[in-house]
Design a protein around this ligand. Sequence first.
Ligand SMILES: [Zn+2]
Length: 254
Amino acid sequence: MKVFVPALFLFLPLSVLFAQTIQVRYLGNMGVLVSSSKGQVLIDALHEQYEPDYLYPPKHLTDSIIKGIQPYNQVQYLLFSHRHRDHFSRNLSAQFLARNPQTTLITHVQIADSLPGSEQIVRIDEKAPKAHNKAGISMQPLYLKHTWPERHHQTHNYGYLISVDGKKLIHLGDAEYDPEDFKANQHLLTNIDVAIVPTWFVLFDQGKQILKQYIKAKTVVVTHISPLEKIMAYNKLGKNMIPFFRIGQRLDVQ
Ligand SMILES: [Zn+2]
């Protein structure tokens, strides 16, 4: 039997041949599930009703996440950018950790101290945030100050870089569009496939400039869009920008 191998196939670099599709699924406000062949990562995903400006996952969905029902059955990392209630629920997180012993929560003092002590919680060294590796998924925390620092300077905010299956994602949390924070992490901000950003990074020039100069992602997922906002405003985004405003919305990253 002859096996047909298209000639072009032979000249593709190995990294392309073995790269796999990963998936980003929307869980309200800035919450996402990242699914890969190595397991899943939840970022800012366990949150509850707070104020009308913030979209949150319904109870049946947070129940499925806590019970570890597919596609939430192999969560390697549980991550939160910061402690504000449109990003983090203490109650849901404690329940999740108790039911999912395989999951590691890597986080900073403000979230770690609000939860019951657990071996699953690993604290970020805030003087020099280190990369973590688990089950073939690497994760680098980045300190990015919370937006509106005059009001929120006491709230620690971390972004996360995730590398898995030959793909690289960044999630900014509620970062301020301060070029200094991105310049300080510039050496890490290379070859980014997907950036998950709050809406002010695409609505204001300072944010757009950071996306262009420092992040340079192939695809930008726009989140933190208020359910009270007119979605029409997002029809004019660049063609590599995808607004997430419906729970369950998905992006396949090839
Ligand atoms: Zn916040």
